[in-house]
Every structure is written in structure tokens, then in C-alpha cells.
Design a protein around this ligand. Structure first.
Ligand SMILES: Cc1cc2nc3c(=O)[nH]c(=O)nc-3n(C[C@H](O)[C@H](O)[C@H](O)COP(=O)(O)OP(=O)(O)OC[C@H]3O[C@@H](n4cnc5c(N)ncnc54)[C@H](O)[C@@H]3O)c2cc1C
Length: 385
């Protein structure tokens, strides 16, 4: 039987971070990883360039039943700590957009740095953890062919989205076994399927504003065969969309004014021709539909209806379904954080049991916030385990 001071389940962003910090505190650390390589989601992140953190890290960038849970960890580990860590490990960063940090030399440089910090840990790959028991203050962590023991365990098994990278739900099973509630899991930061979506527009991208409740997202949206994708849709998908969404297809412009001016100045144009100067022509034609009349012949009241369709394309919640786990970057839901200490990441129900990363009911916005949560919660768990 293999034993140590801490067993970390999952060699992803949070698990390897926790390992590095625990080793600094003189602990003997075992890391159990089901895959034959480590940190596969980090490798895939940011299109291979790993969006490592964001200058805008704050509680309002996180979602879950209790979004304030993240406050302590992200205060202890601000984004500048991650920039310093990157600097110390010779990871070159660049800002793709202001405050959004990516790795010049790709995600491998981040994985190398994490592995360097965790070099004194015993990392066992191809160890698929199936069950954890606790007897007399010792945890027994069982994989398909071995049992590992330690007085502390950090569950850092991530979420179940993007299954092709190799994922499991064991973290939630372990949490449940020790009495934790699990908030139902759904895909987030992914495309949305929309009933009666205009499939003929698939492949067209345009800047939009998506409103979800009081949240307004300004970004590019891509029409897909089944609905909408691209950064705007991804960012919208992390919110609770109980009341549906509203899409402005011509943000920062006044369609009413544009159409009325055209009526005055170029009355022989039709609606599609007018709108086509401000958006892709196929989208303009879709908005105009069968209406090929000269704009001069369209009543102002009808123009108002067209403008409304452009600025307030309403899609009710029943007509929206997430495209699925397969292409979503994260999950919403997971281990309920009410029963976890936000200061230490330790379970309030079972001493010595810790959680780190996406396995908990914490999902960040698009833009480096999820990895930041993995680094921050991993450091806090590793320090306290
Ligand atoms: C395509 C893609 C791109 C992304 N890009 C970004 C980005 O640029 N910036 C950003 O902030 N976030 C990004 N994310 C999200 C980010 O990668 C995750 O939120 C983050 O990796 C979560 O870290 P984690 O350590 O909690 O989980 P993971 O990194 O998923 O690690 C969990 C580990 O646990 C292991 N494991 C699971 N079950 C078991 C088991 N039974 N036994 C043993 N081991 C197990 C897994 O194999 C895995 O190695 C992206 C995600 C995807 C899918």
C-alpha cells in the first residue's frame, strides 16, 4: 500500500497547483491521475495558448449557488500572483485583449512549470480513482488496481465537459459519499441550440449584444446549424437563463433611425439592402424575410417592428438548450460550496477532505477566470491540507 501525507486526486490545473504548494510545506504528496498524461485541459485551453488569468478577476466573474464563496481565495491569490508565478517560471505572456493573459509559447510552458513545482510528488498516472473511505482518520483511496492511504485528501477531479479529453464524475461521488450535496451539473461556456434557429445562416459571425437578465454581453456571435455559438453565446451560457435571452443584432446603432433615414434619402432600396450596409447581407435578408418592398413604401409603424426584431431578438428559455457537454469548456454545478470552508477548501463535514478547482459549484466567465479559480483554490487547498 502506498502512503503519504496528502493524496491529490486529479493531476489537472488545481491538483498540480495544490501539489506544488503542499510540497513547499514539506508534505509527502501522492497524485493519482486516471489519464496517461497530466493537465490535458490546460493543454487544450485557450486554443493551445492557455488563457492563464485575467486582470478583472473578481467575485462578479463567478457563478454558482453561492458566487461569494470565491472571494477569500481570489483575494489571497490575485491575478498578479499568477503573473509573478509565470515570470518566475519563464512563461512569456501577452495580453490578447487588455487584461486577458495568454502564453506566447503555448500551454505546454504552463504544464512544464506546474510539473516543475510538483517534481517531488509521486505522480501515478493511469490510476482511475473509484472510491474513497475514511477509517480511523486515515483515507483509503482505491483505484482499479491499488489502494493509497493518507490523513488528507484533495479532490481535484474537475468537471465532465469535453469528455474526449478524459473526464469522470468521481469527485462528485466521493463528495456525496461523505455527505456533501451536489448541485445539478450542466454544460456552460458552450454553444446554445435554439428551436427554429436560422440554419441557413450557419457560419456567419457578427458583433452582437446578448442580454441575460441584467447582464449584457458584447462580443462576436456565430450562427451555427442548431443555434448560436462564438464568444458571445459562450459567455451568455454561463448565466442562469431562466427568463430566456434577448439578442441585439446591431448593437450601438439605431436601426429605426437608419431605416427612416433611408426612407427619406434612398427610398427605392429595400430593407435588406439598407441593413446589408451594417451587417452581413445574409443576416439582413433573413431579417427582411419576404419583404422586398421599396423602403419608401413601408409605414413607420412597420419600420418600428423591423427595428425591434433587430435590437430585441427574444428567445424564451424553453426554446434554448445547451448544445451539450461535448464542446462546453466548463460545467455549472458540482459540489455545493456551503459545506466547504472558503478559507481552507476543507470539507465542513469531514476533516482532512479538501476540494480544489472545477469539481466545486464554481464556474467562471470566459477569459481565464476558470483557470484562475483552479490556481487559487488549488493553492489554498494545498496550503491547508
Ligand atoms: C477546450 C477548453 C478550453 C479551455 N480554455 C480555458 C482557458 O483558456 N482559460 C481558462 O481559464 N479556462 C479554460 N478552460 C477551463 C479550464 O481548463 C478548467 O476550468 C480547468 O482546467 C479546471 O481545472 P481542474 O484542475 O479543476 O480540472 P481539470 O484540469 O479538468 O483536471 C482534473 C483532472 O482530474 C483527473 N481525474 C478525473 N477523474 C479522475 C479519477 N477518477 N481518477 C483519477 N484522476 C481523475 C482528470 O483526468 C484531470 O486530469 C478550458 C476548458 C476546455 C475544455
Amino acid at each position: 500500500m502506498n502512503s503519504g501525507d496528502i493524496i491529490i486526486i486529479g493531476a489537472g490545473a488545481a491538483g498540480l497547483t495544490a501539489a506544488g504548494v503542499a510540497l513547499k510545506h514539506g508534505k509527502r504528496v501522492l497524485v493519482l491521475e486516471m489519464g496517461d498524461t497530466v493537465a490535458r485541459k490546460v493543454m487544450a485551453s485557450g486554443g493551445g495558448r492557455c488563457n492563464i488569468t485575467n486582470a478583472a478577476v473578481a467575485t462578479d466573474k463567478y457563478h454558482g449557488a453561492n458566487p461569494y464563496f470565491v472571494r477569500s481565495a481570489i483575494t489571497k491569490v490575485p491575478y498578479t500572483d499568477i503573473l509573478n508565478w509565470a515570470y518566475e517560471h519563464n512563461i512569456d505572456l501577452y495580453e490578447k485583449t487588455p487584461g486577458r493573459y495568454f502564453c506566447t509559447n503555448g500551454a505546454q510552458s504552463v504544464v512544464n512549470a506546474m510539473m516543475s513545482d510538483a517534481r517531488d510528488a509521486k505522480i501515478y498516472t493511469n490510476q482511475n480513482v473509484q472510491h474513497v473511505d475514511k477509517i480511523d482518520n486515515i483515507f483509503y483511496v482505491k483505484t482499479q488496481d491499488a489502494t493509497y492511504t493518507a490523513p488528507a485528501v484533495i479532490v481535484a477531479t474537475g468537471g465532465t465537459s469535453f469528455a474526449t479529453l478524459g473526464v469522470s464524475d468521481v469527485g462528485w461521488k466521493i463528495a456525496k459519499h461523505f455527505g456533501h450535496k451536489i448541485i445539478p451539473v450542466r454544460p456552460a461556456l458552450g454553444a446554445m441550440n435554439i428551436k427554429n434557429a436560422p440554419a441557413e445562416l450557419a457560419g456567419i459571425a457578427l458583433p452582437v449584444q446578448i442580454s441575460v437578465g441584467r447582464n449584457k454581453i458584447n462580443d462576436d456571435m456565430l450562427f451555427t446549424h442548431h443555434g448560436i455559438g462564438g464568444p458571445a453565446a459562450y459567455r451568455a451560457s454561463v448565466f442562469d437563463i431562466d427568463d430566456g435571452i434577448s439578442i441585439d443584432l446591431m448593437p450601438n446603432k439605431n436601426a429605426m433611425e437608419i431605416l427612416k433615414n433611408a426612407k427619406q434619402q434612398s427610398g427605392r432600396k429595400n430593407v435588406a439592402n439598407v441593413l446589408g450596409e451594417y451587417m452581413p447581407m445574409r443576416v439582413a435578408k433573413w431579417i427582411a424575410g419576404d419583404d422586398t418592398r421599396n423602403i419608401a413604401d413601408i409605414k413607420d409603424s412597420e419600420i418600428a417592428i423591423i427595428a425591434d426584431r433587430i435590437h430585441k431578438w427574444r428567445i424564451c428559455a424553453d426554446d434554448i438548450k445547451m448544445h451539450g457537454m461535448s464542446a462546453a469548456e466548463v460545467v455549472r454545478g458540482g459540489v455545493c460550496v456551503d459545506e466547504i470552508s472558503s478559507k481552507t477548501m476543507e470539507s465542513k463535514l469531514c476533516d482532512g477532505l479538501f476540494f480544489a478547482g472545477e469539481v466545486m459549484d464554481v464556474a467562471g466567465d470566459l477569459g481565464g477566470f476558470n483557470l484562475h479559480w483552479a490556481w487559487a483554490s488549488g493553492r489554498v487547498a494545498g496550503m491547508n491540507a
